[in-house]
Design a protein around this ligand. Structure first.
Ligand SMILES: [Zn+2]
Length: 146
């Protein structure tokens, strides 16, 4: 899956970057200090072994995860949100990019239900609500040609 994942990540990253008006720099290696997807604000890590573990093989989910990480960075401060936590802000961007691209959020929402929640990551149903809000806004913006 290595080469396929890299191609999928590159293509998905280009789509997300197009929506957000930035060029994403993405690595499929593991970050030395985090096991899952993460960002330092400049680069995004989407580790191939994390993708394999959670069955992340489809374009829609890769788009959502990359958009989530981009939402953590300093790239996306232009859209004013109503004060969600850091993780929910990132989830909003995941939904927003999917909506803008006209891609279903269904598989990403299913992944959120399987991922563990914790002190930093709210419960899946709360995250799902925010993803849906972002998705609706993204779809509306796409229809308005924004
Ligand atoms: Zn996050």
């Amino acid at each position: 899956m290595g080469t396929n994942l890299k191609a999928l990540v590159a293509a998905s990253g280009a789509l997300v970057g197009g929506v957000l008006g930035v060029r994403l720099e993405i690595s499929t290696s593991s970050h030395p200090r985090c096991a899952g997807p993460c960002t330092d604000g400049a680069r995004i890590w989407l580790p191939a072994d994390w993708c394999a573990r959670w069955g992340v093989t489809s374009r829609d989910v890769v788009i959502a995860v990359l958009a989530h990480e981009a939402g953590h960075g300093a790239l996306c401060r232009d859209i004013d949100l109503d004060g969600p936590s850091e993780e929910l802000r990132a989830d909003w961007y995941a939904g927003y990019c999917l909506g803008r691209l006209g891609v279903s959020a269904g598989r990403f929402l299913a992944l959120l239900k399987r991922l563990p929640s914790g002190p930093s990551h709210p419960l899946a149903w709360i995250r799902g609500e925010v993803v849906r809000q972002g998705w609706a806004r993204g779809l509306a913006d796409a229809r308005l040609g924004r």
